[in-house]
Design a protein around this ligand. Structure first.
Ligand code: FAD
Length: 389
C-alpha cells in the first residue's frame, strides 16, 4: 500500500505513527522546547578533550575544519562571558580556525548548580564523577546542526558503531534485545541527519543558513526503516522519562534563579504527568518483555559492553560540536537504558540519577521530538512512501 505519510504501528512499540505525531505536535514538542531553554537544562557538563582510544596515531581528532582553538580567558571580551550573543561569533575572531560552525563556545558560568548526587552511569564510558577537564556548555548557543564534518573520519565512526558494536540484526531475529541497540543507534543517527538537514549552511560566503530537504530525504525520509527507528528511539526514551516520573517530579531544579527554576519544575511535572499522553500512549515501550529468557543476564552484559564501546567512540568524533552532541545524546540514551534496565528486584532504578544524566535525557528527548516533528512535516513532500503494517 502506498501513502504520502508514515502510518501504522511502529514495530516493537505500543503506539502508531498518527498518535505519536499528534501527541508530539500538540503536547510534547512545545513542552520540551520550553523546558530545555530553562537555565537548569541548558548547561551540560562534558569532557570535550579528545581521548580517542581507537585510532590515536592519525590525529583524526584534529581535523582542520573542525578544530577548536582553546582561547585564553583574557582574549574574550567581557560581554562574551556574561551576556553572550551568538551573532558575536565571527569567522575572523582571532582565536577561531576552520569552520566556526563546528566549534563549541564554552564561555558560560559554571557555578550554577546545587544539590544532586554524583554517580557514574553504568552504560557509558566516561566517568561522570570525575570532574577533571569537564567544562560547562550552554546548549542553547551551541545548537546541533550542520558543521561540515564528513568524509572518512565521520564514516569511520559510523562504520565502527554499526559493524563492530551493533550489527544490523538478521531478518526474523527472535531476540528483541539484539534489535533494540541497533534500532536506538539507527534512530539517533536519523535524528542527527534530520538536524543537519534542518539547519544547513546553504551559502558559505554569505553565511546563509536554511533547510536542506533533499538531504533529509536522501539520508532519512526515503528509508522507512530509518524513519521507523527514529520513532522507536523517541518512544523508548519517552517511556524511560515516564518511568522515572516520580524521581523527576521530586528532583531539585536549583540554579539560584527562583522564577526560572520553578518553571523547570512545573514543565517537568506537566511532561511526566500528562493526561493527554497517558490517554494516547500509556506505554510507549514495554521493557518488561526483555531479558526474560535464560540468556537474559548474559545478553544484557553483552549489550552493555557494546553500548560502552559506542560511548567511547564519541571521543573519536573529529568535530567538537558533533562530539558535544554525540556525547550528550549517548549519555541520554545511557540514562534511558539505566532507568529501564539497571533496576532492582522491584523494578526500581538501582542507582539514583545524577543531574547531568537528567539534563542529557531531556535534551535528547527534545532533539528526538523535534526530528519526529520535522519528519512528519516533511513526509508530505515525498512521493510513494510505503505504508508500514
Ligand atoms: P552518514 O550519515 O555518515 O552515514 C554513513 C552510513 O551509515 C550511510 O552510508 C548508511 O549506510 C548508514 N546510515 C545512515 N543513516 C542511517 C540510519 N539512520 N540508520 C542506519 N544506518 C544509517 N555532522 C554535522 O554536520 N553536524 C553534527 O552535529 C554531526 N554530528 C555527528 C555526530 C556523530 C556521533 C558522528 C559520528 C557524526 C556526526 N556528523 C555531524 C557527521 C554526519 O553524521 C555524517 O557522517 C556526515 O554528514 C556525512 O554523511 P554521509 O552522507 O556520508 O552519511
Amino acid at each position: 500500500k502506498v501513502s504520502q505519510k508514515y502510518t501504522g504501528i511502529i514495530e516493537d512499540c505500543c503506539c502508531d505513527f498518527e498518535t505519536v505525531d499528534s501527541i508530539n505536535g500538540e503536547v510534547l514538542h512545545p513542552l520540551l522546547k520550553e523546558l530545555v531553554a530553562t537555565p537548569f537544562f541548558r548547561y551540560f557538563k562534558v569532557k570535550l578533550g579528545c581521548r580517542c582510544p581507537f585510532w590515536p596515531e592519525d590525529g583524526m581528532c584534529r581535523l582542520r575544519d573542525c578544530s577548536v582553538c582553546e582561547c585564553p580567558e583574557n582574549e574574550f571580551p567581557e560581554p562574551f562571558k556574561k551576556n553572550f550573543h551568538p551573532a558575536l561569533i565571527s569567522t575572523d575572531f582571532m582565536c577561531q580556525e576552520g569552520k566556526s560552525q563546528a566549534s563549541v563556545d564554552r564561555t558560560v558560568d559554571n557555578g550554577a548548580f546545587r544539590g544532586w548526587v554524583e554517580t557514574d552511569n553504568p552504560w557509558t564510558n566516561d566517568d561522570e564523577t570525575d570532574n577533571d577537564d569537564m567544562t560547562y556548555v550552554n546548549l542553547q548557543i551551541n545548537p546541533e546542526r550542520y558543521t561540515g564534518y564528513s568524509g572518512p573520519s565521520a564514516r569511520r565512526i559510523w562504520d565502527a558503531v554499526y559493524t563492530e558494536n551493533c550489527p544490523k540484526y538478521p531478518e526474523g531475529e527472535i531476540f528483541q534485545e539484539k534489535k533494540v541497540l541497533y534500532k536506538l543507534i539507527s534512530g539517533l543517527h536519523s535524528s542527527i541527519s534530520i538536524h543537519i538537514g534542518a539547519e544547513y549552511l546553504l551559502h558559505e560566503l554569505t553565511n546563509q543558513w536554511g533547510e536542506n530537504p533533499e538531504l533529509m530525504n536522501d539520508r532519512v525520509l526515503r528509508y522507512p526503516d530509518r524513519v521507523q527507528n527514529l520513532y522507536f528511539t523517541f518512544l523508548f526514551v519517552l517511556r524511560s522519562v515516564m518511568k522515572a516520573a516520580n524521581y523527576l517530579e521530586h528532583a531539585e531544579y536549583n540554579t539560584g534563579n527562583n522564577e526560572e527554576d520553578m518553571k523547570s519544575h512545573s514543565l517537568v511535572k506537566q511532561l511526566v504527568h500528562n493526561s493527554k499522553l497517558q490517554a494516547a500512549c500509556p506505554l510507549p515501550f514495554d521493557e518488561a518483555k526483555l531479558w526474560q529468557g535464560q540468556s537474559g543476564p548474559e545478553l544484557k552484559q553483552t549489550i552493555q559492553m557494546q553500548f560502552k564501546n559506542i560511548s567511547a567512540l564519541m571521543d573519536c568524533v573529529g568535530c567538537e560540536k558533533c562530539r558535544l552532541w554525540g556525547k550528550l545524546q549517548i549519555l541520554g540514551l545511557g540514562t534511558a537504558l539505566k532507568i529501564l534496565f539497571s533496576v532492582d528486584d522491584k523494578n526500581h532504578p538501582s542507582e539514583p540519577l545524577q543531574r547531568n544524566e537528567v539534563i542529557a535525557l531531556l535534551n535528547l528527548l527534545n532533539r528526538l521530538s523535534e526530528s519526529v516533528k520535522l519528519v512528519h512535516e516533511k513526509a508530505d513532500m515525498i512521493e510513494n512512501v510505503v505504508h508500514i503494517v
